[in-house]
Design a protein around this ligand. Structure first.
Ligand SMILES: Nc1ncnc2c1ncn2[C@@H]1O[C@H](COP(=O)(O)OP(=O)(O)OP(=O)(O)O)[C@@H](O)[C@H]1O
Length: 627
């Protein structure tokens, strides 16, 4: 929380960014269209049947305007013919058939329009769901350090925002194809009559298109450049009003601070957006007037030809109708073109995110095929001059660290806050790889093993374990999620971690929702949550168990009991314990003391006390506190 306050107070609200300056050039925007085929392929894979149905219906709809206009022309010409006949010869029969045909076409247009909208929405929903799933799956494959990078978060954020609006892009691209077919059909009629009318049409429409693309580009630039701030706005909104933060926000009286920060940022975004929207509306009106002038110029010309008797009334209606439709169509196609281009730019963000590759892959490094994981582990783990620095860290979190974690031993890690204990554990679980040196397992580099298999063999309970908003039983089962239906196994784990007594007090037992987020949820105390989290370690069949301050929130009796059981239950298994309590630490076979990420000493409790080094000093310090 404090880091957050420092960060955002130090940060300038807006880094002197000029929203008028496009972040992307026209070339980039047009270039982004290259993503459309890949995008359409994704749509196709979402549902081939719905995609084919959609395209066929749209082709049908594309031909309807021309057919309707043409039937309209035939009706008018027939009616004019009829008026020229003697009253007795005026039979309405053929006109009636044409009117019925037009009526049929109108009904077809309406039905096919609704069917297209339905297919668009079904396909859009499926696509949005599929994209969200891909996003979650891909995020799960990425490395932990990628999540600690703010540029990564911006990419993730943009990709996430895109999953929904991508279904809009899908409809737009399909509509674009449909309108292009209608345009070609109608334009063919107009060209046959008077080719230069097509030129007039372009003149009426192109300025509006250019204006539209200019403003779309500005909008995209503005929204793109505001991604970090928008993320911050979301964070502020969440921090200002969530069950997780409410306690500290109240105690520290942070509400005004958060609201002020939110207001400053959101006002700035609003005013930049408003300026753009106003200019867009103003220019839009001017361009619409130019378009209308073009249309009326053409209309007057066609009227004059009709008055001069050079074309029939039916042709007049057909041409004027075609021109009006074409103008609307062209305007639609061109303006949609710029939103499709923008959508394609956002696609770039979407694909950029999916292009991110984890460094710690499922593939073992340095060997053809992954080395089979030793069952049981023979020698254990060996750290050789291991060094690691966090991406955004200023100093080495661990450096020149060498020690052995022997198979079957219980090793405790001791060190002050920030000494590097958790980092060491993360390196063991290959959440990160060392930047220097290497970690060996039974004599081979850890990277030669399949990371997924390695993680299966390791059970880690971190100090900041996740309080899943799930029923109690499933909260334990996350330790081995494929066993979530194995109630006896869950109950055994609960018994081993002392969580059974917590669950026995819950009104719904193992099915009781815990956490406050969902209705009916019951919250637990810190120690109770810890017992649940500990149960996750027992759900696993891991050969290496790591408990990172597992008892910090437990009372003295519970702590004693937990460790008695732990020793019993992990017989023959290798375990690492991180604790600041020496009563816990002394139960370990050996204790590794680290300071500033460096090795200080290693040995049993008795050995280290006898040595009179750092451990003995820290032990005496804590013991003095109890006297
Ligand atoms: N994600 C991170 N990004 C950057 N620096 C980090 C990150 N996590 C930890 N650090 C830094 O690395 C160093 C070692 O941290 P680590 O969490 O391993 O310490 P620790 O010994 O487990 O401390 P504690 O007893 O407080 O849990 C610290 O200086 C810490 O600030």
């Amino acid at each position: 929380m404090l880091d957050f306050l420092k960060n955002i107070s130090a940060k300038k609200p807006n880094r002197g960014r000029d929203p008028e300056k496009p972040a992307v050039s026209v070339r980039e925007r047009v270039g982004a269209l290259r993503h459309l085929p890949a995008f359409l392929k994704l749509v196709w894979h979402t549902s081939p049947a719905l995609t084919v149905g959609n395209v066929l219906l749209r082709l049908l709809r594309a031909a309807l305007p021309l057919a309707t206009l043409y039937v309209g022309k035939l009706i008018l010409d027939d009616v004019v013919q009829l008026t020229r006949l003697p009253a007795a010869d005026r039979a309405l029969g053929p006109v009636g058939v044409l009117v019925a045909l037009e009526f049929g076409l109108v009904l077809l247009a309406d039905a096919s329009g609704r069917a297209v909208a339905l297919l668009d929405s079904l396909l859009g929903d499926l696509f949005a769901n599929a994209s969200s799933i891909r996003l979650m799956e891909h995020a799960a494959e990425l490395d932990l350090d990628q999540f600690e990078d703010s540029a990564f978060y911006d990419k993730l954020e943009r990709a996430r925002r895109q999953t929904l609006s991508r279904s809009v892009l899908m409809s737009q691209v399909l509509a674009q194809g449909q309108d292009a077919v209608t345009l070609v059909l109608l334009a063919a009629g107009l060209v046959a009559f008077q080719p230069w009318l097509l030129g007039l049409l372009l003149l009426a429409v192109v300025p509006a298109f250019l204006g539209e693309s200019h403003f779309n580009e500005r909008s995209y630039s503005l929204s793109h450049s505001w991604t970090p701030e928008r993320r911050e706005l979301d964070y502020l909104r969440q921090t200002g009003a969530s069950d997780e933060t409410a306690k500290e926000v109240k105690i520290f009286g942070l509400s005004d601070f958060l609201v002020d920060r939110f207001r400053t940022l959101s006002d700035k975004f609003y005013s930049q957006n408003k300026a753009l929207a106003l200019r867009r509306a103003g220019w839009g009106t001017v361009f619409a007037a130019v378009g209308a002038a073009g249309y009326y110029g053409a209309y007057v010309y066609i009227l004059a030809r009709a008055v001069a008797g050079q074309i029939s009334i039916g042709q007049l209606a057909f041409l004027a109708g075609s021109f009006a439709r074409l103008r609307g169509l062209l305007e639609g196609i061109l303006s949609r073109f710029s939103s499709v281009a923008d959508g394609a730019l956002y696609l770039q963000d979407f694909f950029d995110f999916f292009a991110l590759r984890p460094k710690i892959t499922r593939q073992a490094v340095g060997v053809e095929t992954a080395r089979p994981f030793p069952r049981p582990i023979q020698q254990g783990f060996q750290f050789e001059n291991v060094g690691f620095q966090y991406k955004n860290g200023t100093k080495w979190a661990i450096r020149n660290l060498s020690f052995a974690l022997r198979a079957g031993e219980k090793l405790a890690l001791v060190g002050e806050n920030g000494a590097g204990k958790t980092t060491l554990v993360k390196l063991l679980a290959r959440l990160y790889d060392p930047a220097e040196g290497r970690i060996l397992l039974d004599g081979h580099d850890l990277r030669e093993y399949d990371p997924a298999e390695l993680r299966q063999e390791i059970g880690v309970i971190f100090q900041d374990f996740v309080r899943f908003q799930l029923p109690a039983g499933q909260n334990l089962a996350v330790g081995r999620i494929d066993q979530r239906h194995n109630q006896p196994r869950i109950e055994t784990a609960a018994h081993q971690s002392l969580a059974d007594s917590v669950i026995a007090k819950l009104p719904g037992g193992y099915d009781q929702m815990i956490g406050r987020r969902f209705s009916g949820g019951v919250d637990l105390s810190g120690g109770e949550w810890q017992k649940i989290a500990l149960g996750r370690a027992y759900m696993r069949d891991a050969q290496l168990l790591i408990l990172d301050e597992p008892t910090a929130a437990l009372d003295a009796r519970a702590e004693f009991e937990v460790f008695e059981r732990f020793k019993e239950l992990t017989q023959g298994k290798t375990a690492v314990l991180i604790s600041h309590r020496f009563s816990t630490v002394r139960m370990a076979d050996r204790i590794l003391v680290i300071e500033n990420g460096q090795f200080v000493e290693i040995g049993s409790h008795e050995e280290l006390l006898a040595k009179g080094g750092r451990y003995a000093e820290l032990f005496a310090l804590q013991a003095a506190g109890y006297r």
